[in-house]
Design a protein around this ligand. Structure first.
Ligand SMILES: Nc1ncnc2c1ncn2[C@@H]1O[C@H](COP(=O)(O)OP(=O)(O)OP(=O)(O)O)[C@@H](O)[C@H]1O
Length: 254
């Protein structure tokens, strides 16, 4: 469903040039939940942004369902692939009601029965029609992320790119959002490519995972192999070991 082949991307010129992605290749099957893990700055979000059309100066090949993705955003692309960002506080327009936020993509794409679609989408993400008149600041973090997921799904894309969709949320809310993502994926056989730091999230949700380091894919493995600590690369085993000692409360304090 998602093909990334020999993806390269750099920022800057000459002496200031930084190679951010080097020959990244991935294949994600239809209906698969595929995780991207690795240290901060290894290029995970950049891969998603290339697929979402937010970066355009990449080289390589990108395709969704066998159809090559060009460098520019266009309507057809928006209906095939959507992205959900880490921060639900920053990703919703503060002066638009939830109803307007969900209706806007339908208006842009000339899709009818908008009111019915908005209400059905709100219900799918565990909200209801009463939420349409509220503004983002009147919502909790978890409710905002539900709206962000609803906005991503309202055009019925086959692929969702998820950039740490729960890491800005309270621990108690994280599981609710992960369960919602899991239910939505099963209902429509969606394909997810998800960046996360949290190997607990990988174990809970993902089928396979690619480990990135310094802009390269170090290895791709299935989640049972990762969790059983049978990864081929020492770096991957180190990540698993580090995550066992990871304490989210302590990390927040730091
Ligand atoms: N617009 C940009 N201009 C210059 N450098 C950038 C830009 N966006 C990202 N980078 C650089 O690209 C590298 C990869 O960033 P990216 O956000 O993809 O990493 P990541 O693995 O997702 O990290 P994190 O887990 O911290 O989000 C980083 O060194 C970052 O500084």
């Amino acid at each position: 469903m998602i093909t990334v082949e020999g993806l390269n991307l750099s920022f800057g010129e000459a002496a200031a040039k930084t190679q951010v992605l080097s020959a990244v290749s991935l294949r994600v099957s239809e209906g698969e939940i595929f995780g991207l893990v690795g240290e901060s700055g290894s290029g995970k979000t950049t891969v998603l942004k290339c697929l979402a059309g937010l970066f355009t100066h990449w080289q390589g090949e990108l395709a969704i369902a066998g159809e090559p993705l060009g460098r520019r955003l266009n309507r057809a692309r928006c209906r095939r692939v959507q992205m959900v960002f880490q921060d639900p506080y920053g990703s919703l327009h503060p002066r638009h009601t939830i109803g307007d936020i969900l209706e806007e993509p339908l208006l842009i794409h000339g899709i009818g029965q908008r009111q019915a679609r908005v209400v059905a989408m709100l219900e799918k993400v565990g909200l209801n029609r009463a939420w349409q008149t509220r503004y983002p600041h009147q919502l909790s973090g978890g409710q905002r992320q539900r709206v962000a997921i609803a906005r991503a799904l309202i055009l019925e894309p086959r692929v969702l790119l998820l950039d740490e969709p729960t890491s800005a949320l309270d621990v108690s809310v994280q599981a609710e959002i992960l369960n919602l993502l899991s239910d939505l994926q099963q209902q429509a056989n969606l394909t997810y490519l998800m960046v996360t730091h949290d190997l607990g999230v990988v174990a809970h949700l993902c089928h396979r995972v690619a480990v990135m380091q310094q802009g390269r894919v170090l290895e791709t493995l299935d989640v049972p192999t990762l969790v059983a600590d049978r990864a081929a690369m020492p770096y991957t085993r180190m990540l698993v070991e580090a995550s066992r000692h990871y304490n989210p409360a302590l990390a927040r304090e730091v």
